[in-house]
Design a protein around this ligand. Structure first.
Ligand SMILES: NC(=O)C1=CN([C@@H]2O[C@H](COP(=O)(O)OP(=O)(O)OC[C@H]3O[C@@H](n4cnc5c(N)ncnc54)[C@H](OP(=O)(O)O)[C@@H]3O)[C@@H](O)[C@H]2O)C=CC1
Ligand SMILES: N[C@@H](CCC(=O)OP(=O)(O)O)C(=O)O
Length: 421
């Protein structure tokens, strides 16, 4: 690259801003055509996608990437199928843009309502999971936003190959190429530039862990919707149904280890621990989950449970490791979650209505659940059609973010020569 990273990102930003104006007025049919054509292009480019992905996987293996990371990086035929299906599904979702709600006449005679509009230009920084490139591009496109995508550096070749398919879709629909731009450098200075260009970028969505959080908090000059780490809990209450507790706690930990909505700490009421923990530990041991517990847990479960340290209560393992703590009350469980959690997703297992209600009210997280696995925290599972990710912020959008979360509203006013007196 001959130009500086800042100049490169500024060029992308300026082009995105121009494209955002075209996208904001693009018809639903035109946006859907781009999505369908991108799906066709992906289907036709399977061999090219696999070849590009193999470059990333080979580099990942050489650099000692963990198996779980390689798994997220892999563009298997199944993942490619799901990307194609994802594009087609987003094309079938209702277009939120232009919808006017709440129109009413006011005493002055004017008519006032609210119109749903795109945010403008969205910069997304995300992990080395190439399918996210399609999720992010498709949702931003359908919601009329231009986007600048900065995926994880390990996925650079895969993302460029996917970008070519998206470009083919945009061209087919007569939309500007700069409506979706995938950053072509792995230099982290590009992230630094993207988050400091408020004239060209309206909002940043960072999906990632602690290092990313720190940089964004320190440097961002653009509004941010954080999609950050998930230190998720399940609390098994004294009034839990044991079968439900075992099903939920097994699924919340072992259905998939890497996602941000996987349980990292299990809290169990002392009065029920002897009935819940031994059968659960047997399941976890069988599946190769490493257990780390407090004194009461270790006394119940035996020597292979490592002693949990203070750091374990804060840990997001994204791996087959689980911290377990026995607590004396619902208050202690809520206190633990609000102290050590990341305000992502937390669940209670209980048959007691009042305990469930207190948990829902007092746990300060983006999703709180009763008798359900934390793994449900997902835009598709919540009926949004798809998701950009799970917002751990409180403003604008909280929890799984779909099309609506990528839009805003503006007032629209109709008069007929009305003037204010
Ligand atoms: N809430 C949500 O919706 C989601 C949250 N996550 C969270 O993401 C984390 C796992 O993903 P992981 O890949 O490890 O996340 P990372 O934070 O390591 O990486 C995510 C992205 O951020 C970039 N990045 C990280 N640190 C910096 C920095 N200091 N400066 C510039 N760019 C940076 C990475 O770039 P580079 O490639 O150069 O490292 C990558 O593009 C977990 O904590 C998980 O919970 C994941 C998915 C969804
Ligand atoms: N909502 C997603 C989890 C979010 C996500 O993509 O996480 P990750 O696997 O860390 O990239 C799901 O339930 O699969």
């Amino acid at each position: 690259m001959t130009e500086s990273v800042l100049d490169y990102m500024t060029r992308l930003g300026r082009a995105a801003r121009e494209a955002s104006r075209v996208l904001a007025r693009a018809s639903t049919a035109q946006k859907n055509r781009a999505l369908q054509a991108a799906a066709e292009a992906l289907d036709a480019a399977r061999a090219e996608l696999v070849a590009a992905n193999e470059l990333d996987l080979a580099a990942g293996r050489d650099n000692g990437l963990e198996p779980a990371m390689l798994d997220r990086l892999a563009l298997t035929p199944k993942v490619i199928d799901s990307m194609i299906e994802g594009l087609r599904q987003v094309a079938t979702l209702p277009d939120p843009i232009g919808e006017i709600q709440g129109m009413r006449y006011l005493p002055s005679g004017i008519q006032v309502g609210k119109m749903r509009v795109p945010l403008g230009v969205i910069g997304i920084i995300y992990e080395s999971r190439p399918n996210v490139t399609i999720d992010a591009a498709s949702l931003c496109l359908k919601s009329g936003n231009a986007t600048i995508l900065r995926g994880g550096s390990e996925a650079i070749h895969s993302n460029q190959a996917i970008a070519r398919c998206i470009q083919a879709g945009l061209a087919e629909a007569g939309l500007p190429a700069s409506a979706v731009q995938v950053v072509e450098t792995t230099d982290r200075a590009a992230v630094g530039a993207l988050i400091t260009l408020p004239e060209f970028v309206d909002v940043i969505v960072p999906r990632g862990g602690k290092g990313l959080i720190e940089r964004i908090s320190r440097e961002a000059k653009v509004p941010v919707i954080k999609h950050l780490d998930g230190v998720c809990h399940v609390y098994v209450d004294v009034a839990a149904d044991i079968d439900k507790a075992i099903r939920v706690c097994d699924n919340a930990k072992t259905q998939r280890y890497s996602p941000c909505n996987t349980m990292e700490t299990l809290l169990v009421h002392a009065a029920i621990a002897a009935r819940v923990l031994p059968p659960l530990a047997a399941i976890y041991r069988d599946k190769g989950v490493e257990l780390r517990g407090d004194g009461q847990t270790r006394a119940l479960l035996g020597g292979d449970v490592l002693e949990a340290s203070e750091d374990d209560w804060y840990a997001e393992y994204n791996a087959p490791i689980l911290a377990i703590r026995v607590v004396d009350s619902l208050d202690a469980a809520i206190e633990h979650i609000n102290t050590y959690g990341s305000q992502h997703t937390d669940a209670i297992v209980t048959e007691n209505f009042s305990d469930a209600r207190r948990f829902l009210t007092e746990v300060d997280s983006s999703s709180v659940m009763v008798n359900a696995s934390t793994r449900f925290a997902d835009g598709f599972e919540y009926g949004l059609g798809a998701e950009i990710g799970i917002s751990t912020d409180k403003l604008h959008a909280r929890g799984p973010v779909g099309l609506d979360g990528l839009t805003s509203e503006k007032y629209v006013v109709f008069g007929d020569g009305h003037v204010r007196t």
